[in-house]
Design a protein around this ligand. Structure first.
Ligand code: DC
Length: 220
């Protein structure tokens, strides 16, 4: 049976950076499920659909073909054959993803894809509902969090380094809004699975968190 590590948590907790390190060290494949929700959101934006049009989102998601491929260990996401790995990182796509991921038809389609991927491959999968819905039988479940202030500071640093002008207070407000939206939606809200280990990364380095997760997995 394939091995599975589930990492859930709010936006900006460092899930993807840490999941990548853990996957590399253990020789697993890293699966970024947020990128799939983002690809779906990009498809909605490209089709001129608004976040409030739930019926249109339900109908339109049926014609989105989302696949992932790994190149040199890094995940690339494709939308109807086109590589959208970079395009989905845009802020407006992230916002749309938070809104369109409340849709049950979108979730059903992407959860099926995620379960299929993990059935035959050892994975470290990160997202919001991996431990609770996608991989309820994961070998290890981690709920990774950090304070909204710390997450905003990290995001601010990342954007500033890229030369993007931004306001740290706006970033923190966006993070708080996104947390609320992700954890209060009706279907598969962001929440810690009963059997998940809580890891607060506020006062830890990336490497410390990664090593802690590897140790937790090896102890299992
Ligand atoms: O992790 P991220 O910022 O790339 O995710 C974008 C949005 O997708 C996030 O706001 C909520 C949604 N998402 C989800 O609902 N379930 C997942 N497993 C992953 C992401």
């Amino acid at each position: 049976m394939s091995k599975k590590i589930a990492i859930d948590g709010p936006a900006g907790a460092g899930k993807s950076t840490i999941a990548k390190i853990v996957a590399k060290e253990l020789g697993f494949i890293y699966v970024d499920t947020g990128a799939m929700y983002r690809a779906m959101a990009l498809y909605m934006i490209n089709n001129g659909i608004d976040a409030s049009e739930s019926e249109k989102i339900s109908a339109t998601c049926q014609t989105a073909d989302i696949t992932i491929r790994h190149e040199n260990g890094a995940q690339r996401v494709f939308l109807n054959g086109e590589d959208v790995t970079e395009a989905v990182r845009r802020e407006e796509v992230g916002k749309m993803a938070s809104a369109s991921s409340v849709n049950g038809d979108v979730r059903k389609k992407l959860v099926e894809l995620q379960q299929k991927l993990s059935a035959t491959t050892d994975v470290v999968m990160d997202g919001r509902d991996i431990g609770t819905v996608v991989l309820p039988d994961a070998d290890l479940k981690v709920f990774l969090t950090a304070s909204s202030k710390i997450r905003a500071e990290r995001r601010f640093k990342e954007l500033t380094e890229k030369g993007v002008e931004c306001d740290i207070n706006v970033i923190e407000k966006d993070i708080i809004d996104r947390d609320y939206q992700d954890s209060h939606r009706e279907i598969s809200p962001l929440k810690q699975a009963d059997d998940a280990v809580l890891v607060d990364s506020s006062d830890m380095t990336i490497e410390e968190v990664a090593q802690k997760i590897i140790k937790l997995y090896e102890e299992k």
